[in-house]
Design a protein around this ligand. Structure first.
Ligand code: ADP
Ligand code: MG
Length: 321
């Protein structure tokens, strides 16, 4: 398959009618219609083999995940996704691999109604870069810097499943029940970007971030940009049944849940007066939201165990450099 056949295949497989796409794949650049009174929200993420995903990751999971991590960033701004571009670098062009990759990509793209409008295709080590574009109502993006003293800190879903799966993948000698592992691995391979939640939090959340590199580190970004601190309780960290089954001992689970990353859940802060609306939003979206602590004037992140002692972490999360 040559480069141009490959682009034609991508165009055919991802084709969908979208009136906002005036010119899509196949020209020198895409031409897109921006709705009135909206601001454009743009994010980009690269996935390298060996760094962001193990070499034996299935192509369909990779297609899903590459898009999911980008949509998660839009979700964390409170944005509604619209378009994506895809830069694909691969040592060889295998039609079967590409079709499976695009099948996973498409599955998620259709779910959130995002159109692939362009990209780039090059030879090189396997690496995928996606840029996602979305919209917020003017002035309504939810940044990392808006937390206020006394705000409650929430996280969506459960934390630690994906990093637990990765740990068991890396140490095959560790004992784990097959069914439990499968459920944890699903969280690693198929993260669910919290788009509806991010959009629904407009007017309630004072700050927000997606948990991609570990809660302690990502919440740390909110604290740094808001110039405040936080107290959180480890025993309140939302924990799935499979994670409970895989790692019984809470003090062994907590570091994974606090620093593991790859959760793609949302962490946000909100004034206590919004508690009722937030509970209602969680119910309407059937999304678990857990309050894990509170924003403080005193800088720094303090994490308490059941006995009220602070937990010291060896590291706060994933860092490339
Ligand atoms: P140019 O050399 O002018 O940059 P390309 O050959 O790179 O053109 O791209 C031709 C068209 O195909 C463009 O519309 C581009 O956006 C699209 N395209 C190339 N690679 C991809 C890809 N991996 N996914 C989606 N669209 C792509
Ligand atoms: Mg190009």
């Amino acid at each position: 398959m040559g480069e141009f056949d490959l682009i034609a295949t991508i165009k055919r497989i991802t084709a969908q009618r979208d009136p906002s796409v005036v010119i899509g794949i196949g020209d020198d650049a895409a031409v897109l219609e921006i709705p009135r009174a909206r601001q454009l929200v743009v994010s980009m993420d690269t996935l390298h083999q060996g760094v962001h995903f193990p070499a034996n990751t299935l192509p369909e999971d990779l297609g899903w995940k590459a898009l999911a991590v980008n949509l998660s960033d839009l979700a964390a701004m409170g944005a509604k996704p619209a378009w994506t571009t895809l830069s694909l670098s691969s040592p060889k062009l295998e039609p079967a691999w590409l079709k499976r990759f695009l099948a996973g990509f498409n599955q998620l793209a259709k779910r959130h109604d995002v159109a692939l409008v362009g990209g780039d295709t090059t030879r090189g080590p396997l690496s995928i870069t996606i840029q996602a574009h979305g919209f917020v109502a003017r002035g309504k993006a939810i940044s990392r810097g808006g937390a206020q003293i006394g705000d409650l800190i929430y996280v969506s879903g459960d934390l630690g499943d994906a990093s637990a799966a990765l740990r068991f993948l890396k140490n095959p000698s560790r004992k784990i029940e097959r069914a439990v592992f499968t459920r944890l691995k699903q969280r690693l391979d198929r993260p669910q970007p919290r788009i509806a939640l991010g959009m629904g939090l407009a007017g309630y959340a004072s700050s927000m971030i997606d948990v991609s590199d570990g809660l302690a580190q990502d919440l740390g970004h909110i604290l740094a940009q808001s110039e405040l601190g936080a107290d959180i309780e480890a025993s309140r960290l939302p924990t799935s049944k499979p994670l409970l089954a895989a790692i019984l001992d809470a003090p062994h689970r907590w570091p994974l849940q606090l620093t593991g990353g790859d959760d793609y859940e949302l962490c946000f802060t909100a004034a206590p007066r919004h508690q009722t609306q937030i509970t209602q939003l969680a119910k309407r979206l059937k999304t678990q939201l857990t309050c894990i602590g509170q924003i403080t004037k005193r800088r720094g992140l303090r994490i308490y165990d059941d006995g009220g002692k602070t937990i010291a972490l060896k590291r706060t999360g994933y860092r490339h450099f």
